[in-house]
Design a protein around this ligand. Structure first.
Ligand SMILES: Cc1cc2nc3c(=O)[nH]c(=O)nc-3n(C[C@H](O)[C@H](O)[C@H](O)COP(=O)(O)O)c2cc1C
Length: 412
């Protein structure tokens, strides 16, 4: 991995109270050598273990530890409505690197605690956060620490896990801070990814459409919108200008992502048309009804007699998109139920051709842990050249990242 991605980028290194904290001085020097601007936050505990001056010398910047600046009269600022810059590092950072990360700081972040400069800055940032734990093997294996790591991974925090070896406390086991090359490579990768989609306008549709039978009854489907919303979140974190068109009952996105909610197929289509201009990438993950109600009633239907629903075929939105914007990259989804892989990918290719799309992501919702209303998915991405990429069963966030990787490599 080349470290050229680091030139001119702002990296905030957070040093916590672990024995390995002196090793971060070397990381600061290397990041500076790659052209990054480095700021250092130290916890009070870490200052017992390493001299802050060494970090100031290496970074060329004053080390910050305190959430409240001693020279600022906050009460006056608030009274006069002056802006207070207590989270300026959160906004400025291209990446936060917590290295070494104690069990304590992992636990605090995993539980939303923001009681010092470090944890407050982390809570307030949308920059990627890379955590490099280092601790005694028993601490690392502690089930609560492991649960916290798992929780943080689920919420988009990245890790370079500790390694096996001799530990400073005299034990042998997993707990040593990972090597600096591994950490720096990951820093460069995450910083590069963060800018992957800068300047690109991306529309993502997610969730289910809802067709009304009468003012109180509907037909819909089981889509939770998780896959599409995860894609929108990951695209946002990679710097894209994202608009999420989301079904009413689907999960809400994290972060401050622009969104509009849709109800019916017709409503979704009109919101697409309104926003379509200048779109670079369109990812159509919404589960759109194949039918609309032909005999919708304006008043609540009485429940004491038999009722025939008349269904009319709904507009095939996916097939109309490329005609509206020939230049954009169009990605669709195809769900099949319990079919062999060859049939799954063949039907994905067939809808790709019909829609003149660039990629179709196929998944088999008949298999356990895939598709509607679960947190995981396994997909096959089929492109115009019939090339198939497989993303193994994983959390939808990881699958979303894989889909974006495929999209980005196809536009390079
Ligand atoms: C000498 C010494 C070494 C320590 N090394 C570690 C360590 O390597 N990893 C760790 O998780 N905690 C370690 N601790 C415990 C932390 O310093 C302690 O949990 C502290 O509250 C962490 O605060 P912080 O996360 O705000 O920096 C050490 C404590 C001492 C006294």
């Amino acid at each position: 991995m080349g470290n050229g991605a680091l030139r001119g980028k702002v990296i905030v290194i957070c040093v916590t109270g672990g024995i390995a904290c002196y090793k971060s001085i070397g990381l600061v020097k290397q990041l500076k050598a790659f052209g990054a601007y480095v700021h250092v936050i130290m916890t009070e505990a870490s200052k017992h273990l390493v001299d802050a001056k060494d970090f100031e010398k290496a970074s060329g910047n004053e080390v910050q530890s305190s959430l409240f600046h001693p020279k600022i009269n906050y009460a006056e600022y608030i009274k006069k409505n002056k802006p207070i810059k207590h989270i300026s590092l959160s906004d400025a950072a291209d990446l936060f690197l917590i290295c070494p990360a104690t069990a304590n700081v992992i636990g605090k972040i995993a539980n939303g605690i923001a009681d010092d400069l470090l944890t407050t800055s982390i809570t307030a940032t949308i920059a990627p956060v890379l955590i490099c734990p280092a601790m005694n093997v028993k601490m690392w294996k502690n089930p609560i620490v492991q649960e916290n790591v798992k929780k943080l991974r689920k919420h988009n925090y990245h890790f370079v896990e500790p390694e096996y070896g001799e530990l400073a406390c005299g034990y042998k086991g997993v707990g040593r801070l990972a090597g600096s090359k591994k950490i720096l490579d990951m820093v460069a990768l995450l910083v590069k990814q963060r800018n992957d989609l800068k300047g690109k306008k991306v529309i993502v549709t997610a969730g289910a459409t809802v067709e009304e039978i009468d003012p109180v009854r509907v037909i819909t489907n089981k889509s939770s919108g998780k896959m599409g919303t995860n894609i929108a979140e990951q695209a946002f974190l990679r710097g894209a200008d994202v608009l999420l068109l989301r079904g009413y009952s689907s999960i809400e996105p994290s972060y401050n992502i622009k969104e509009e909610k849709f109800t019916t197929v017709k409503d979704l289509f009109s919101k697409i048309k309104k926003n379509m201009q200048k779109t670079d990438i369109f990812i159509h993950a919404a589960a759109v009804s194949d039918f609309t109600i032909a005999n919708r009633q304006d008043t609540k239907i009485k429940s004491n007699k038999e009722l025939q629903l008349e269904l009319a075929p709904a507009a095939k939105i996916f097939e109309k998109l490329k005609k509206m914007n020939k230049k954009m990259l169009l990605v669709g989804f195809k769900a099949e139920h319990d079919v062999p892989k060859s049939r799954l990918t063949a039907s994905a290719y067939s809808i790709l051709k019909k829609a003149d799309a660039d990629m179709v992501v196929a998944n088999d919702v008949g298999k356990r842990g895939r598709g509607f209303d679960v947190d995981t998915n396994e997909v096959f991405i089929v492109d115009r050249n019939k090339k198939i990429q497989h993303i193994r069963l994983a959390d939808k966030r990881i699958v979303a990242d894989g889909i974006l990787d495929a999209i980005i490599s196809s536009i390079k």
